[in-house]
Write a protein that binds this ligand. Structure first.
Ligand code: BGC
Length: 749
């Protein structure tokens, strides 16, 4: 045990206010908020605290009357500037206090121009690009009257069975933190009241991605050390970046549902972080505390959510039905209600809704699907693609190729290509790989045979035509994976192999002897060992969105070069879940030089003859692909890892630099990744942790020194009592993925 010298940094207290009370906004706005609240009836206050889906009203008249009566603070699932202006007019001109409504919408990865799913966006390892993509999404949504998106979703997820991994930034806290900040900036800009910006929402606070068994909505158990070290940092970063709202999730965290969780919502979010924005519940998540067994009835659910600090209730009626009684019973004070109403009004002021409640109805037509938006979508798709295998450098294909076979259920699936959580994207705006390849090569050179109608099709009826197409072509391009409905909310899977008869179709095509390229579109990392055996090249394209087709076609023919890296570990088999790169070492780590596969164990082997280490007899200990993995058409050489100093004080920093050379034939971009390991700590530390990365573009033969600053503060962690930076020895690796890299060491003194 090392000397217990702890340098307390109190990281969380640094960047937020010193007081325990959340700081308010600017005094003028606060004065206006107080003035409004002082005039409000309880019914009007509860109106502000309620968010409705239009479907909850029996028709337009009832909705308008409710708005007029001040009973509607927010609406979700409504788009269209004209319609929204019409309702806003009722709020502003006909309700007693004229408070504008805030319109929320799930603009998760694009409005009409659909970007890659967030997991794909994460695979680009390019926060600036994520910011740009979300800025486009905000701009399009804003022209349609949307004021507020329920994004970014920054739940850490280490379980590909969970359908919502598609919507996440993957398994790593550092990467998710960088992307959280970028996406908040993209949606909100420097001034969220600008006509092309909308409020962002950090969701789902917190721990939702750790659902037991990868089954959505399920129980989560996360010890405080893990919560603070792995799950909270992206949310803290979003709060620091000025995100205007948070969403409390569905899950039960350590026995307390997060929509009634005083520890996460009050102690952490408000008291420690000083968040003074608005917290909205997830859809009926307050009411669902009854099903959780945490509240006996809507009144108790309301009491618990209010005690924790949920300002606005999404769709369920617990607040409206119970607050008066809770006040009468002395279980709640009017000051508490006023604080929450203030949090909501503050966001409305920050969005400029009081000054400009209406949307210019002429903007949408000029804005939506603008060529520059499609360009961003194409670049985002392109950078999200991860080249997993490229035997004999089959890719890129020569443009001289005489003909290609285009096969598979996702070759021409404009709906599925958009991925999950798409409400406003339209399949008629999507360009599929088939369309793009026909355009690039000319129709005559493309032999198309779907083979399977959809990803779950089991019948092999279409195989003969597909095999025929392959036989008469120079190369077979297979578009496999999963339909969009197989990932996303409540869409979890226990089996991660390709669905339907897809593996059999690949077998049939491979048997022709033609070179085979498999492009996989999916919302999660699937178990694709079989595909790797049969295909020469495998490109993982996630759900690439509106411009996925042209982005894929360009990459197949070398007009762009793959640069994506896995944002999540790829498993050999689903039984390995959870398997993530930044695990703990254990007392008996897997021994990489000495393990016996199940098939090689002699009969009646002695109990201890195989050694005793942490691994599976059948699947070993390694993933199919590690976190951060991705090939390129070109090659990169890393050399000369240098540290500006061998040690740093606990408030210091060192520069870590490496020479990177493009040693191949193509211009390309490489994500240079920096990992560390804290050799020993006051609690056990992960075997590796990403602490920095840079995406660098180099021409063939070009060499660059890449420097990443590592601050001692980046090495802090929560040890069960406090945030500390502990002196001692650290490893550092800089390399091309989490499993490879040049190595050095340093100390914190
Ligand atoms: C989801 C949220 C979403 C909300 C509103 C819920 O079912 O969990 O992520 O923002 O619905 O559509």
């Amino acid at each position: 045990m090392r000397k217990a010298y702890l340098f307390l940094i109190a990281l969380f207290l640094f960047s937020c206010s010193q007081e325990k009370v959340p700081s308010k906004g600017d005094p003028e706005t606060e004065r206006k908020i107080s003035a409004l609240i002082s005039q409000m009836t309880l019914e009007e206050k509860l109106g502000q605290m309620s968010q409705f889906d239009p479907g909850q009203f029996r028709g337009d008249e009832e909705l308008k009357q409710a708005i007029k009566d001040g009973k509607v603070g927010s609406i979700l699932n409504l788009v269209g500037a004209k319609r929204i202006n019409e309702l806003q007019k009722v709020a502003v001109e006909e309700s007693r206090l004229g408070i504008p409504i805030i319109i929320g919408r799930d603009v998760i990865h694009g409005y009409r121009t659909i970007m890659p799913i967030p997991l794909g966006m994460a695979a680009a390892w390019n926060p600036q690009l994520a910011e740009k993509a979300m800025a486009v999404s905000a701009k399009e949504a804003a022209t349609e009257g949307v004021h507020w998106t329920f994004a970014p979703m920054i739940d850490i997820s280490r379980d590909p069975r969970w359908g919502r991994i598609a919507e996440s930034c993957g398994e790593d806290t550092y990467l998710a933190t960088q992307l959280a900040v970028a996406m908040v900036k993209g949606f909100q800009g420097d001034d969220p009241s600008a006509p092309d910006r909308i409020a962002a929402c950090a969701k789902h606070f917190v721990g939702y991605g750790a659902a037991e068994g990868g089954r959505d909505y399920n129980t989560t158990y996360i010890p405080e050390t893990q919560l603070r070290n792995d799950y909270l940092p992206p949310f803290k970063a979003a709060a620091d970046a000025g995100v205007l709202t948070f969403m409390s999730g569905f899950n039960d965290l350590n026995g307390v549902p997060v929509s009634g969780n005083v520890f996460t919502l009050k102690t952490v979010l408000r008291d420690e972080w000083g968040f003074n924005g608005m917290v909205v519940s997830d859809w009926a998540s307050i009411y669902e505390m009854i099903a959780h067994g945490y509240a006996a009835d809507p009144k108790e659910a309301a009491e618990k959510a209010l005690r924790a600090g949920v300002d606005m209730e999404m769709t369920s009626p617990c607040y409206v039905s119970s607050v008066q009684t809770l006040l009468d019973e002395g279980k709640l004070s009017m000051e508490t209600i006023d604080t929450y109403v203030g949090n909501i009004l503050r966001v409305k002021f920050q969005l400029g809704l009081f000054d400009q409640p209406y949307t210019d109805e002429t903007l949408a037509e000029k804005t939506i699907l603008a060529p520059e938006h499609l360009e961003v979508a194409k670049q985002a798709a392109s950078e999200s693609f991860v080249l997993l295998q490229n035997n004999n450098q089959l890719l890129p294909l020569s443009k001289e190729v005489k003909s290609v076979a285009v096969i598979g259920p996702l070759a021409d699936a404009p709906h599925d290509q958009m991925g999950t959580w798409v409400f406003d994207g339209k399949k008629e705006n999507t360009v599929t790989p088939l369309t793009a390849l026909r355009e690039k090569l000319g129709e005559a050179r493309v032999n198309y045979a779907q083979g399977l109608a959809i990803s779950r099709t089991k019948t092999t009826e279409g195989f003969a035509a597909a095999i025929q197409a392959a036989k008469k072509s120079d190369v077979a391009l297979l578009f496999m994976g999963e339909e969009s409905i197989l990932s996303g909310e409540a869409h979890c899977l226990a089996d991660l192999d390709l669905q339907g008869a897809q593996n059999e179709l690949i077998d049939g095509i491979a048997a022709t002897g033609k070179p085979v390229v498999v492009v996989i579109m999916a919302g999660r990392p699937l178990t694709i060992g079989h595909v790797l055996e049969k295909a020469d090249a495998v490109l993982y394209a996630w759900a690439p969105g509106t411009m996925g087709g042209p982005a894929i076609a360009d990459m197949l023919f070398g007009e762009t070069v793959p640069s994506g890296k896995t944002p999540v570990t790829f498993l050999k088999t689903v039984g390995q879940v959870p398997l993530y790169y930044n695990h703990k070492n254990t007392g008996r780590p897997a021994d990489y030089n000495n393990w016996t596969h199940l098939d090689n164990i002699p009969a009646e082997a002695g109990q201890v003859s195989l050694g005793n280490t942490s691994h599976y007899l059948d699947a070993g200990f390694e993933p199919l692909f590690p976190f951060g993995f991705g090939l390129s058409y070109t090659s990169f050489a890393y050399s000369d890892l240098k540290l500006s100093a061998g040690s740093m004080p606990a408030d210091g920093a060192i520069e870590v630099s490496v020479n990177l050379e493009n040693t191949g034939k193509y211009p390309g971009s490489e994500v240079v990744q920096l990992y560390i390991r804290d050799r020993a700590g006051s609690i056990t530390r992960p075997v590796k942790e990403l602490k920095g990365f840079r995406k660098v573009s180099l021409e063939p033969g070009e060499k660059q020194q890449v420097t990443i600053q590592l601050k001692a503060e980046d090495l802090s962690f929560y040890n069960g009592t406090e945030h500390v930076i502990e002196p001692g020895e650290f490893d550092v690796w800089v390399g091309t993925n989490s499993a490879e890299g040049l190595h050095a060491g340093f100390t914190i003194d």
